[in-house]
Design a protein around this ligand. Structure first.
Ligand code: AMP
Length: 841
């Protein structure tokens, strides 16, 4: 008997269930299960996990087979709701050579090629068993056998493939039973790639005392999601634990795209790296991830009818879904649809003239909001008067026609004058004629529709005109300011909400212009809006509008929850997967490609000028004119008097102000370095003069720690001295896309010794490699927060530190994998340096 010290006869029940009753024990087990309740339904999706089997939710017989018969046995208990509890137990610890198998029924994998098995079990501590210690085991084995149908059940044991030996983290003793403390273990294993339709699982006991409380088999999926107006379907994760599946999204109804939106489904069931977006079709607006059309115009009335003209009036659509900017009226003679006329009107009435007498005309009207045109109304048919009746009417028309002609001539003169003055000042936009409205004049050249170019607001004689050309005026009453989130050069930056009538409320960032500004400051402040307002890209910060008609003057942009990228990365050091980092870089490159295609050179591309939202989407921000470099604390005066952010700027831009998209590419390389090193300062504390000198002499930043070789190579390419040899932004996007599609290409890291050989000699914190103290070393690798813990635990010298293992780090409470890696890699690196005779440790 327990505690007697003599071998006891084989018990009729396993020894631990002799003490409390089995029912009590099992209830105890259930109480210990997370949530304490039974899960329901076979198919239930738990987050992004889909159950293929959950033994706790099977109401009837599980249909599992145990052999030999005296091995595993099911405890036929029920819970408080009389639902069966399928717990299997075995405890033949006193007998030699146990080989007890428990086979599940066939489990369909439903198309998943990687499945997960979660086991919950209790295991008896062999040391606490009286006698039989020589044969008692504390593990059991789990196997699987793949088959397309249920035929495989009778295959031999040796045809099963072993998944793993399962050991308990915690085994229980007699004492625990007395205290009614049950130590429930949870172990999860995964299997893949699976190639058949289903499989059996088998549990082999070789002489342990186990109660298998539940078995849950599931696969992971990235659940259906709508992102950027694209629907990404439920996607079963890939077979490989590091595989990313590229999934094409389909645009929601009434939306379209140029570039098919894509996301990547990770093995963990998370959606990563959104690329591209859909946009609501003309006339549709984005609302709660859908596009809803403005309701069509229904009420069109005929007004005055003459032999050559018909006047019409109509009412606004019931649901305009935005502010109506104008109406488009299409009309044609009945049955002559191929030849039609379009008139645009800001009012809800027009007169169509030049019509044939006594003829039926078909009219259709549609409204345009900021989002574009809505659908046309139904067809309305109206007939002009016959000639005889119209004669007198025509008399009344003469003065009107005379006035119209006069107005027309004046308008024409104004338009011509406007165009000519436009040529002088570089840019103008003809507004009145619907045809001309599609044309842009840039430096005297006609721009064809579809080829968009950035227009420098400086080319406007009146900067206010530029603002209103590119930015919507917002009523201050539509904005509610919530809190201050930052400080800009011209005033505070706040977060708040924007509610424009007919549109959904948006979270926004609001930049304010402080009181007492000069006219130049106002111009420069609004200059940023004139630039931003010309861009429309998912990786460029989006301008909602400006407030200029009341004070304070404000610029309202979309809100980016995670603020500026450099601060965000520093705060979350070591916390992202390489793919997430590459996703951020891809976004920035895509935004920069768009800017370079538009002919815009940023000049101040740096992680501090990138904003990041809650989906980790990065957007380029901080657009300015001359002031860009004035409000950047990083910008320093050069010998030629310009102000330049030296560490981010290409040598030719520093030396002779050659700012081009190629110099932006250099800065992009520095941003890559900042991102991979989680916001480290480029060239650390070197002086600007030393940076210029070192770069001139051919030195380049060393690879950040743990940097994939492919990324470092790309950085080096961006830092080619010859600007024509640097990659273009479209090539960078393409390279990053390839890396994302093939994540294994990111597994090769820059190795420690080549990292060392690239170091910038005396400038690098690791370069001299001699650390006077543990604190200095930890600070240098940005792990200073652990100094105290290291010291308190006896790691007070570099000699002692050299012995640290991963286990030690965990014991010290360094639980973040990124931090563990950083510390271990640095140690490893120092050891390599030691071997090379470079650094005395
Ligand atoms: P800026 O004047 O553009 O450099 O903005 C100053 C700071 O305000 C930035 O560093 C951000 O922390 C914050 N900020 C600016 N714009 C936004 C935005 N759209 N969303 C969230 N934070 C912003």
């Amino acid at each position: 008997m327990p505690g007697s010290g003599r071998p006891s006869p084989p018990p009729p029940r396993p020894p631990w269930v002799l003490l409390p009753s089995p029912a009590l024990l099992l209830l105890l087990l259930l109480v210990l299960l997370p949530g304490g309740t039974l899960r329901s339904g076979l198919d239930s999706a738990v987050g992004s996990e889909v159950n293929l089997l959950d033994s706790r939710s099977v109401m009837g017989d599980l249909g599992w087979i145990a052999y030999p018969k005296n091995g595993w046995e099911e405890i036929g208990e029920v819970d408080e709701n009389y639902a069966p509890i399928h717990t299997y137990q075995v405890c033949r610890v006193m007998e030699q050579s146990q080989n007890n198998w428990l086979l599940t029924s066939w489990i369909s994998n439903r198309g998943a090629s990687r499945i997960f098995i979660e086991l919950k079990f209790t295991l008896r501590d062999c040391n606490s068993l009286p006698g039989g210690l020589g044969t008692c085991k504390e593990t059991f084995n789990m196997y699987y056998f793949e088959t397309d149908d249920e035929d495989g059940r009778n295959v031999k044991e040796n045809q099963y493939i072993k998944i793993d030996t399962i050991a308990a983290d915690e085994s229980f003793t007699e004492l625990d039973l007395g205290d009614r403390v049950m130590k429930l273990n949870t172990e999860v294993r995964d299997v893949g790639p699976l190639t058949k339709k289903g499989f059996y699982l088998a549990f082999q006991d070789v002489g342990a005392c186990i109660a298998l409380v539940s078995v849950r088999v599931y696969y992971k999926k990235c659940p259906e999601v709508i992102r950027n107006l694209a629907i990404f379907p439920d996607t079963i994760t890939g077979a490989d634990s590091s595989q990313l599946l590229e999934v094409l999204g389909s645009c929601v109804n009434h939306s379209v795209t140029d570039e098919p939106p894509r996301m990547h489904c990770s093995a963990e069931g998370e959606w990563l790296v959104p690329i591209g977006k859909c946009m609501c079709k003309a006339g549709y607006e984005e609302k709660n991830n859908t596009c809803q059309a403005p309701s069509p115009i229904t009420n069109v009335k005929k007004g005055k009818v003459a032999k050559n003209s018909i006047s019409l009036s109509w009412q606004e659509p019931d649901r305009p879904n935005g502010i109506i900017l104008e109406y488009e009226i299409k009309y044609f003679e009945k049955d002559q649809e191929t030849s039609y006329t379009i008139i645009k009107s800001k009012e809800t009435k027009i007169t169509a003239d030049g019509l044939k007498p006594a003829s039926v005309y078909v009219f259709q009207i549609r409204a345009r909001t900021a989002a574009g045109y809505g659908g046309f109304s139904r067809r309305f048919e109206f007939e002009t008067s016959p000639v005889s009746v119209a004669a007198s009417s025509d008399q009344t028309q003469i003065p009107i026609i005379a006035v119209s002609v006069t107005v027309g001539v004046i308008l024409l003169a104004v338009v011509i004058g406007f165009l000519l003055s436009g040529r002088r000042c570089g840019y103008s936009k003809a507004k009145q004629d619907p045809e001309e409205e599609k044309m842009h004049f840039h430096n005297g050249h006609i721009k064809l529709p579809g080829v968009r170019t950035y227009i420098d607001p400086h080319t406007y004689e009146d900067p206010n005109q530029a603002v209103h050309e590119f930015a919507k005026e917002i009523e201050a009453s539509c904005i509610s300011i919530e809190r201050v989130i930052g400080a800009g050069e011209f005033g505070e930056v706040c977060s708040g909400r924007l509610k424009i009538p007919g549109k959904r409320e948006l979270p926004v960032a609001i930049k304010t212009l402080k009181v007492g500004y000069t006219e130049k400051q106002r111009r420069d402040f609004l200059g940023e809006a004139s630039i931003m307002g010309q861009f429309d890209h998912p990786n460029i910060i989006h301008l909602e509008g400006v407030v200029t008609k009341s004070k304070p003057v404000m610029i309202v942009t979309e809100y980016m929850e995670n603020g500026s990228l450099d601060t965000f990365l520093k705060k979350n050091d070591g916390q992202f997967t390489v793919i997430q980092l590459v996703g951020m870089l891809r976004g920035i490159a895509s935004g920069m490609k768009y800017l370079s295609d538009m002919g815009y050179v940023h000049r101040d591309l740096a992680a501090r000028n990138i904003l990041i939202n809650s989906n980790l989407v990065c957007k380029v921000s901080d657009f300015g004119l001359s002031r860009i470099l004035e409000d950047d604390p990083e910008a320093a005066y050069t010998t030629r008097g310009g102000k330049i952010p030296i560490r981010w700027t290409a040598p030719e831009a520093i030396a002779f102000r050659k700012f081009t998209s190629a110099s932006d590419v250099w800065s992009y390389g520095i941003v890559m370095w900042e991102v991979v090193s989680y916001g480290e300062r480029p060239y650390w504390e070197m002086t600007n003069q030393d940076v210029i000198k070192a770069v001139e002499e051919g030195y380049r930043l060393p690879s950040p720690m743990d940097c994939p070789a492919a990324l470092y190579q790309l950085m080096l390419d961006c830092w080619q001295k010859d600007r024509n040899s640097r990659p273009k932004f479209d090539e960078i996007v393409c390279i990053l896309d390839k890396l994302i599609r093939n994540p294994s290409s990111l597994k090769t890291l820059v190795n420690a010794s080549s990292r060392v050989s690239n170091l910038l000699g005396e400038h690098s914190p690791l370069g001299n490699g001699v650390y006077r103290s543990v604190g200095e070393w930890l600070e240098a690798i940005k792990m200073g927060r652990y100094t105290e813990i290291f010291m308190e635990n006896g790691y007070s010298s570099m000699d002692a530190v050299a012995q640290v293992t991963l286990e030690d780090l965990r014991r010290l409470g360094v639980t973040l994998v990124g931090h563990q890696k950083k510390i271990m890699n640095s140690l490893q690196e120092m050891k390599v340096q030691l071997v090379n005779g470079m650094v005395p440790l």
